[in-house]
Write a protein that binds this ligand. Structure first.
Ligand SMILES: Cc1cc2nc3c(=O)[nH]c(=O)nc-3n(C[C@H](O)[C@H](O)[C@H](O)COP(=O)(O)OP(=O)(O)OC[C@H]3O[C@@H](n4cnc5c(N)ncnc54)[C@H](O)[C@@H]3O)c2cc1C
Length: 364
């Protein structure tokens, strides 16, 4: 998989779905017709990611001084890495080693969940060819919300289950409220403070048994998306052999220059355990480059941005298809960027030559 999560199973394919779903939402057509558009969207997404994967492979593999191996890497010691290929295992030696292995979905220990034939993670959901009539999403983070928006636009009934009582807890309340309002207006059911007791497959449906503040409920689903966070991908790396330390939450421990505790070994991106966004991973690359080849001025404390992510490109939440985060209003570090922010709500305005009608905008 060249190009990592973002290109293959993350930002790019999900945004391809966002665009196809937005088109579908504008049509007054039957569920069957929307299901056909959905299958087309899956095909379109697959073609796009295949093309980008191929481009990314050649960008590196065609360089004279680069070799690309398709295998699983693990440390032998702090200067040697074993790469398990299909037919053999290679041993590579290097003075500098960069750990950039990303993160993998966390599957919560819910009775019956890992055995369910209709339970998906974001990666497998993006390849599901049959549009579910009712999609249940476990987890109310940004990935779950993006899928809620996509599938409601395609015409699925969507229920989001979140155990905590605060919707999108990492966002400012005005932004979180605007997203919640938009989703609810489009028919998405948000169940907060709700615990899942079990997930059980029946012949035609999967039953999700929940305990809501109002009492017990059984929800019948055609598909269940598990979007309960992603954990650093360190399992295969045999980091003990290199002496690389982890944080208590299982991420690779680094200093502000992304140097691990072992000289010559750096770590970047999701595996470091910070905000999990492509922009952060790319910025991490700039930090390491500045340390090794540049003026050494860059570090994690002088990022030019916090993060950017897209929630949705939606009918009723169109202040922008991109939600850009700045330091939250209630966090002291917003002054670090030399700016403060104000909130404006507008009923009708145009940020973009598309047909935005309403939204929440923060001016800095
Ligand atoms: C559905 C979804 C939507 C997203 N949307 C957005 C978005 O809109 N905007 C945004 O900024 N971010 C988004 N993200 C997050 C973004 O994709 C990640 O933050 C980003 O890709 C992390 O990059 P990385 O460089 O840390 O690692 P990755 O891109 O995850 O790359 C790590 C690579 O290392 C490989 N690997 C792991 N272990 C080993 C090993 N032992 N040996 C060899 N290879 C190994 C993995 O297979 C993978 O290819 C999204 C993620 C998901 C899942």
């Amino acid at each position: 998989m060249y190009g990592g999560t973002c290109i293959n199973v993350g930002c790019i394919p999900s945004k391809s779905f966002v665009a196809s779903a937005a088109f579908s939402a504008k049509l007054d057509s039957s569920f069957e017709e929307k299901a056909r558009l959905y299958r087309e969207a899956v095909e379109k997404k697959t073609k796009l990611t295949d093309t980008l994967r191929d481009k990314n492979y050649h960008k590196v593999a065609d360089l004279e001084n680069a070799d690309v191996y398709n295998g699983t890497a693990s440390f032998i010691d702090s200067r040697h890495v074993a790469v398990a290929l299909q037919a053999e295992t290679l041993e590579l030696e290097a003075d500098q080693i960069f750990i950039n292995t990303g993160a993998r979905p966390f599957i919560p220990p819910i009775e019956g969940l890992s055995d369910s034939r209709r339970a998906y993670i974001s990666e497998t959901m993006l390849s599901l060819e049959e549009l579910p009539k009712h999609l249940v999403i476990i987890g109310g983070g940004y990935i779950g919300m993006e899928f809620a928006s996509i599938y409601t636009n395609f015409g699925s009934r969507v229920t989001v289950i979140q155990d905590g009582e605060v919707f999108l807890p990492r966002e400012d309340r005005d932004i979180a409220d605007a997203v919640a309002e938009s989703l609810k207006e489009r028919g998405v059911k948000l169940l907060l403070s709700t615990k899942i007791n079990s997930v059980r497959d029946e012949e035609a449906k999967t039953i999700v048994s929940v305990k809501t503040p109002e009492g017990d409920e059984k929800i019948s689903a055609d598909a269940v998306l598990v979007a309960t966070g992603r954990r650093p991908n360190v399992n295969d790396l045999n980091l003990e052999a290199a002496g690389v330390e982890l944080t208590p939450s299982g991420a690779v421990r680094t200093d502000e220059f992304l140097q691990t505790n072992v000289p010559g070994i750096y770590a970047m991106g999701d595996v470091v355990g910070g905000l999990q966004f492509t922009y952060i991973s790319l910025d991490d690359f700039h930090i390491v480059k500045s340390q090794i080849l540049g003026d050494k001025k860059r570090n994690v404390n002088n990022r030019a941005f916090k993060s950017r992510n897209r929630y949705e490109d939606k009918r009723d939440f169109r202040c922008s298809s991109v939600l850009r985060r700045i330091p939250r209003n209630d966090q002291p570090d917003q002054t670090r960027y030399g700016c403060t922010s104000s909130i404006y709500r507008a009923e009708r305005y145009n940020l973009h030559p598309s047909d935005h009608e309403r939204g929440t905008q923060r001016l800095i």
